[in-house]
Design a protein around this ligand. Sequence first.
Ligand SMILES: [Fe+2]
Ligand SMILES: [Fe+2]
Length: 296
Amino acid sequence: MATRFIAPECESQFLQQSFQQRLSHWNRQRLAPSYPEDWESRFRQDEAMLRLEHGFMEELRAMVRDRAAQAPTDPEGFIQWFEALEQTGPGQHDALFPWLADHASRDEIRWFLTQEAAGEAGFDDLVASTQVKLPDSAKLELARNYWDEMGRGQEKGMHGPMLAQLVTTLELTPTIETTVWESLALANAMTAMATQRCYAWHSVGALGAIELTAPGRSAHTARALRRIGLSQSERRYFDLHAVLDVKHSRDWNELAIKPLVAEDPRRATAIAEGALIRLSCGERCFNRYRSHFGLE
Ligand SMILES: [Fe+2]
Ligand SMILES: [Fe+2]
């Protein structure tokens, strides 16, 4: 009987600090607006890095493929399967979050948020990159979601700067070098799915998994920030996502995922893989954070 060989994490060339740092630096550089100078060396570097990024993604896919293959491919059945991930998905309801909410010290919360901030790929840009050439219903839903990220046209309401403000308030200095590879890998996987078009359906699933699971984590993080004395306006990013993402998730599933799967059942499996990849990357982070805090 043939068995599929999946490299244990310690043997993976991708699930490593040095590779994830390299990928993070490349992502930062290649996505930054720039000029057409130096294109030849950039092309060469991009080609090498795109191959490695693809290898990294295929390794992550191999780890979730069997579970994703069990997801129903009819729209109603698939949405049920997808929504059940909130309870049964990898890393869901991790003990880290109640501990952060009720017991972690200010410095422990600061370390956690530094890791999370450095690993933040920018949800707004991930949505914007993913929506390119999507069918109309999904494109519209991603546009509505993006507009919320943009504070509906008000700079003060933009989500990215809101998180940046919290980083300033807590005097955090997130850098690639001081971030654990698990957190970098999460951001790098999200970026890969949003930018490589062969993973566009995966990205819809991964972003939907964030909307589905963020409210629980955000509520705990908001509670931690309240406990250490942050004001309502200072903890607004997490208070907001504890509530708003419940609606975002409902709309994403109904108006993006469901019509996409109804149009082509094959997309269900790709969306399922993307969601499981995102949640498994999160699970690796929580394991690492717990061991950093001596919680195991
Ligand atoms: Fe947001
Ligand atoms: Fe959201």
